[in-house]
Design a protein around this ligand. Sequence first.
Ligand SMILES: Nc1ncnc2c1ncn2[C@@H]1O[C@H](COP(=O)(O)OP(=O)(O)OP(=O)(O)O)[C@@H](O)[C@H]1O
Length: 302
Amino acid sequence: MNSVNTLKIPVQITNLQRQLGGQTILQDITTQVRPGDVVGLLGKNGSGKTTLLETLLGFGAPAFGQCQLWGEKSTELAPATKQRIGYVPQRDELPGEMTPKQLFDLYRQLRPEWNDDLLKQLMPEWELSEGKRIRRMSEGQKQKLAIVLAVAHNPDLLVLDEPVASLDPIARRQFFQQLMDYACREHTAIIFSSHIVSDMERIVSRVWCLQNGTLTCDQPLDTLYETVVRVDYSGALTDKAVIGIDQILFSQNSPHGGQLVIKDWNDAKREQLLSLGASQVKASGLSLEDIFLYWHGGTYAN
Ligand SMILES: Nc1ncnc2c1ncn2[C@@H]1O[C@H](COP(=O)(O)OP(=O)(O)OP(=O)(O)O)[C@@H](O)[C@H]1O
């Protein structure tokens, strides 16, 4: 890739390995995020999501490989490049003794692209008061304020680590609607992690899935829907025969028929099933939540 191209790519991660406390937390991650991409980062507790988001933002150096934002090494970003980023950390890092108004006054000085119009729209929409001390706010109110602060300077890259964990269902819906409007309007690259997969499904264009620090899925959401499917079939397919089919995430077989969940579903796999003795092969789509559950072993999937 030439340097002109990397300048246009908000996030480029190459062969990333990160170690913490002598342990390898992230390994072999190579991926990128382009302008307008909305990436949903999924993974079980402890799979490395926060570590990945913090590393790509330059809060800590990789043991191997690198993260670049618009062609600059994340750990050595120029001040002007930092201004292009909005970040909502997983833990509340707001100064409790300040009010939102005092914070806004401060940020307005520091951030040239500060957007007071957006603030005027978001504060009442989210029922936030400018004069209330932050330490007196509820967790959800603080989370909303952190989101407002992250978007109010019109960033080109927005990174949100569990941004909706404390929000009520109405606020969550509002947040996703606003994020969607924002992404369409500004062509901003967005990466966010969440355990609420059904919400994520409404908005993401791409899915990253981390398993023990490895990116095992990095695909457009549409591709996932098309290629990870539940297959119902009639006929006697033995467990032994099923083992010969690549990328099976789940299987339940009886002498009369059965059900499989398969990755990378395509016509060749359909033919393979037919040649093994299956008939009436019918593939149907899955929700992102079910895809995620099957991807992790399927124990609790429907
Ligand atoms: N400073 C640290 N030193 C050693 N290990 C750490 C440190 N920070 C995190 N880890 C470990 O790294 C792994 C990944 O943690 P991380 O917080 O990135 O996971 P996560 O996917 O964000 O989890 P969750 O969904 O619970 O927020 C965990 O096993 C955690 O214990």
